[in-house]
Write a protein that binds this ligand. Sequence first.
Ligand SMILES: NC(=O)c1ccc[n+]([C@@H]2O[C@H](COP(=O)([O-])OP(=O)(O)OC[C@H]3O[C@@H](n4cnc5c(N)ncnc54)[C@H](OP(=O)(O)O)[C@@H]3O)[C@@H](O)[C@H]2O)c1
Length: 316
Amino acid sequence: MKAVVLTGITPAEEVQLCEVPVPVVKPGWVLVKVHGFGMNHSEQILRLSEIEAPYIQKPVIPGIECVGEIADPSDSTFHNGQRVVALMGGMGRSFNGSYAEYALLPVHHVFAVNTALSWDALAAVPETFFTAWGSLFECLQLTKADTLLIRGATCALGYAAIQLAKGLGCKVIATTHRESKLPLLKEADEAVLDDGKLVGTVHWITKALELIGPRTLHDTLQVMEHGGIVCNTGILGGVFTLDGFDPIKDIPNGVYLTGFFSNYPTQQVMDDIFAFLDEHGIVPSYGAHFPFSQVKDACIALDSHQTNGKIIVTMD
Ligand SMILES: NC(=O)c1ccc[n+]([C@@H]2O[C@H](COP(=O)([O-])OP(=O)(O)OC[C@H]3O[C@@H](n4cnc5c(N)ncnc54)[C@H](OP(=O)(O)O)[C@@H]3O)[C@@H](O)[C@H]2O)c1
């Protein structure tokens, strides 16, 4: 089969497909014929630096998510040809991932899907919609009555969160730090230019999805209504921790702070996501689409940060 195989630091321009054997199934693992995959910045980090870490077994096929069909169910209850998605759990890091025609994956990180979505739309779902879903519904307990602030919305996760929240029917205020990108937020009820300070600019916010992260989190907490919830899911601002954070003074009385980490997908959540997409007629959007033969160009696009939305790759 064709696959991207990393042995060391690999700039996008040097990514290439090689021929490797199709993996042999073993108990507890299923063989998935990959039809497509979404690309993630953690894969860029792996390719450009993390690959040198001692805990990464090399060579490794990257890719933390995929969509496809069961090619060999091994000892699982899956059947041949069954449509599945797979994500996380060490995929593309602790064991070979999705930048390949076939992937051998632990059965507990492979989920059956019942959907009429095309392979390209489906490829935009697993990691991005799982994260958006968990942030909005598990952490923020979003309801139709809410006014949702999405801070740093011009990213794959932001666009997915807008699609889900508008599907639910709540009011969405989405921000970008680039005036030129305001039109990209047209599906939200309001698009707001974010200069790092939203106090006095946005009002009546009951739920907030913080994608910029600790850089703006303090300000986000200050715009919340009493009883409001903030979920920190992103770190687009490049600041990873809250230094000097004083929870007593920095979290207003009656405001709640939570965070989402996408490492624990379940079949139930996947079923809920696809049922919701189907019920609300949501076709997941993406920013760029490459055939597998051009996976190098997909990596170049990922590293250049110029794509608005998810980058997906489907098999030729
Ligand atoms: N918690 C989790 O489990 C989890 C899971 C997945 C992703 N994430 C995080 O969620 C965030 C979004 O991920 P993604 O994959 O959706 O990203 P993405 O599609 O790759 O989007 C990256 C883009 O976000 C834009 N952006 C918007 N506001 C920004 C700001 N204030 N500073 C810098 N860039 C900004 C940048 O474009 P412009 O600067 O041109 O606007 C950048 O090109 C990331 O921080 C990611 O690490 C978290």
